[in-house]
Structures are given as C-alpha cells and as structure tokens.
Design a protein around this ligand. Structure first.
Ligand code: ARG
Length: 458
C-alpha cells in the first residue's frame, strides 16, 4: 500500500518499487520510529490537535506493533516502501480511522531525520560503553606492567627503553580521546528535527519544545530546511569511527608484529587465534588482521557519505536515503571490532623476558651513555660521537654496551668509570625518565592515578 497513491494513475513499476524501497535496511530503527511517533502523538494531543481518545488508541496500536515486531509475530514484508509506511499501514489496519491521523503535521522527511538521530544517539552510547570496557582492560595491563621493560621504537628501529605500561598508555590516551569525540558529536547533534515537516514547518500549532523534551533532546532544531537535510552528525560520527578504527588498526599491526616468530613479545591466546588448512604448525593472528582490514571498510563509509552529500541542493532529496546502509555497517563493524580486540588483549600473554632482552640488545641505552659523559662535562656532540664509536665496537664484538669492559670504555674516553654500568642499566634508564608522561615509575604512577579517576568518573 502506498502512502502517496492519490495523484497516480498507474501502478509503480516493480523494479522502481524495489529500487526506491528502504524497508530492508531502515527496519533497523523500527523502535526509534515507533517511539518518535508516540512522542509526536502525545504532543498533538497536548496541543488539542488530537483528542485524548485518539491519542490513546494510536499509542495502544503503536505499542502493539512494537511488541509484535519484537516477539517476531509481525514480519517486515516487501510491499511496504519503508519503515514509516510499514508502521502507519499496520496501525491503520489495527485501529482504523484514528490511525490515519498519526501523520498530522509531520512528513517522512522530518520523521526519518528524527529516527536516524535517535538510532545514532543510542549507538553512540553503546560505542562509548564498549570503549570504556576496552580502557578498563588497557588500564589493568598498564598497572601490571609498570616495571616491564621493552624497547621503544622510532622507524621500527629500537630507540630508547620504555615499559609495557607506557606503550599501552599511549593507546589509553587515543581511546580516551575517541570517547570524548563521541561525546562532542552527541552534544552537537542532540536537537530534535521533528516538526520541521517536509521542509517549511507546518501550519499546525505544534509544540516543538515539548516533543524535543519528550525525546530527551536539548531542544528543537532552529531551521526547518536544515533539520530535514542535515547529515553532518553522520559525517562526524563516521569520521570518529574511522579514527577509532585507525587506532585499533595500528594497535593490531603492533600485536601482529609482536606475535611474530621473530619478535615473540606476546602470545595471542588459542581462543583468539586460527590455524592453517595445510601448515600444521601455524597459529595465526587472524583477528588482529581482520580488524586491521575492516578499517578500510569504515573509511569507505565516511567517503561515501561525504560524496553523497556534496551536491545535494536544499532541502530533502532521495539521495539521503543512502546514508543508512553504510552508517549501520560502519557502526556494527566498529562495535564488533572493539569487543573482539578487547577480548584478544585481555587474554594475551606478555613475554616479559623477551621484551627486556630485546631492549637490552638494541643499544636502547646509548642516549643514556651519552648523557653520562655530558654529566661529566663532555659536550653533548662529542659524547654522541664517542658513544657512536663504542656502539660500533660492540657490533664488531656482538655484545651490548653493558657487556663492554671498562678497559674498552676507557680506551675511547678516559672519563668513564665503574659507575657507567649503573648509569646505563635498563632500570636506571627508565627510572630516570620521570617527567610527567614519561615511562619512569614515579611518572607512570601519577598517570595511572589520573586514569583511574577518569574511569571512575566517566
Ligand atoms: N526512506 C526515506 C529515507 O530514508 C524516507 C524519507 C522519504 N521522503 C521522501 N520525500 N520520499 O530518506
């Protein structure tokens, strides 16, 4: 049944119906559609546009439709164009004439704008909760690894020693920012478009403030043309989701490298690994790879949305129906990826000894050795050169700086004394880095306390 058959003299071509229809995907927000209608009808009655009886009959019908969809009794069937037509047709079938008044003072343009906002808002809350769970896991791993030394890298070359807590702490910051981005989007989008009508408002005395407050918005939107054609919040959301995926993907890349036979810094649990059909020895990090791979799909949604919007004149145009499938897919993808990633790192084992050995073997204390000379009056540039020579000597001998004899040290510079060994020990190198944000224990404990407070409060 069509909502708009009045002026038509012919049936719609079947292919046109199929091409135009959105029910197969916008059924995802049936609940938001019905809750939006209940708020609309409640407002219409308050404004005396509907009688109390009509309101109650309509709300009763809408609630029974909601129940029947949820229990599986009522199925979505393809003759309906979209979720809005589906609900309205079933309402009229169930309650008769009062059902025909549901759409008073409303258009599908402001209705769909509302539904999508309500749906997105609910999903933002879920995404925020999932990120919180991930941060709790990262925080636990950080707390347990304040003294787990590992190499810090630049150019994927060993650079200076850090700790596992410090490395994970970098991701804590990223995901915390991701949460705050979601919060910003929520606050900016939280204005109710219902009442904008098709594009120019309506002549009915709607109370838009009231509808907005019934649906927990901060107020009504202020321009009816913008209300029905604004999809900025989806672009912002897809951008935030892309950033989350970029963070997850970088983390996955590191875990894949750390889990490789060459590194052996971590061991991904059996329950989060997969095998090979031909090579019996294999235990592969497929989950991390898939999360890395799905990043492209979420970026794709952002670019699709931006491209869809770029040439649309005001106000509503059917192009906008395209906003749904890739947004839904991106949201579902990101939710799945965060949960799986969380489970993977929560069960992952850290091979702390390998990490420490790797940090020791990579001359990660060379800067500290140079600093030792500087502390004994050698200008930094000279110190840099001296340590460079010592590193070369160590490479020739295939040993680390800690293993070089004092005699060898002294041959290159007489400034070295026995205390050089203490000055370049892994522990000293890390412990001395105690400015806020650095890996030293004291600094790390301060950051952990800040993070703990953040997790308790938000
Ligand atoms: N299914 C449509 C969408 O998702 C609903 C709005 C239809 N409005 C219209 N004027 N055809 O955008």
């Amino acid at each position: 049944m069509k909502l708009w058959g009045g002026r038509f003299t012919k049936e719609t071509n079947q292919l046109v119906h199929n091409f135009n229809a959105s029910l197969s995907f916008d059924q995802k927000f049936y609940k938001q559609d019905i809750l939006g209608s209940i708020a609309h009808v409640t407002m219409l009655e308050k404004q005396k546009i509907l009688t109390t009886d009509e309101k109650e009959t309509i709300i009763g019908g809408l609630k029974s439709i909601l129940e029947d969809i949820e229990s599986g009794k009522l199925e979505f069937t393809a003759e309906h164009e979209d979720i809005h037509s589906f609900v309205e047709a079933h309402l009229i079938e169930r309650v008769g004439d009062p059902g025909k008044k549901l759409h008073t003072g409303r258009s599908r343009n402001d209705q769909v704008a509302l539904d999508m906002k309500l749906y997105t808002r609910d999903e933002i809350v879920e995404l925020n909760d999932l990120l919180k769970e991930l941060l709790v896991t990262i925080h636990r791993i950080m707390k347990e690894n304040v003294d787990t030394f590992m190499p810090g890298f630049t150019h994927l070359q060993k650079a200076q020693p850090v700790t596992l807590a410090h490395h994970f702490g970098a991701y804590f910051e990223m995901f915390r920012r991701d949460r705050s981005r979601l919060r910003d989007i929520y606050d900016r989008m939280n204005y109710c478009p219902l009442g904008a009508g098709a594009l120019a408002g309506t002549t009915y005395p709607l109370d838009r403030d009231y509808t907005a407050s019934l649906l927990n918005f901060d107020g009504p939107t202020l321009n009816s043309m913008d209300s029905v054609s604004d999809r900025d919040y989806l672009i912002e959301l897809l951008s935030a989701l892309s950033t989350i995926m970029m963070h997850l993907s970088r983390f996955c890349e590191e875990i894949i490298v750390w889990n490789s036979n060459e590194y052996q810094f971590v061991d991904i649990d059996y329950s989060y690994s997969t095998g090979s059909s031909i090579m019996p020895q294999k235990k592969n990090p497929d989950i991390a790879e898939l999360i890395r791979g799905k990043t492209g799909r979420v970026y794709g949604a952002l670019i699709s949305m931006l491209t869809t919007m770029k040439g649309i004149p005001l106000a509503y145009n059917k192009d906008m129906q395209e906003d749904k499938e890739f947004t839904f897919d991106a949201i579902d993808t990101v939710k799945g990826c965060i949960s799986l990633f969380n489970g993977m790192i929560d069960t992952m084992k850290f091979k702390k000894e390998n990490m420490e050995t790797s940090a020791k073997n990579g001359f990660t204390n060379a800067t500290d050795a140079a600093d030792y000379l500087v502390n004994h009056g050698v200008p930094f540039r000279d110190a840099h050169g001296i340590i460079g020579q010592l590193v070369l000597l160590c490479i020739e001998k295939n040993i680390s700086l800690d293993e070089l004899s004092l005699e060898d040290y002294k041959k290159i510079s007489p400034v070295f004394e026995e205390d050089i060994y203490d000055a370049i020990s892994m522990k000293t190198c890390v412990e001395k880095r105690n400015t806020i944000g650095a890996p030293g224990r004291e600094a790390m404990m301060k950051v952990l306390a800040i993070n703990e407070k953040y997790l308790m409060e938000s």
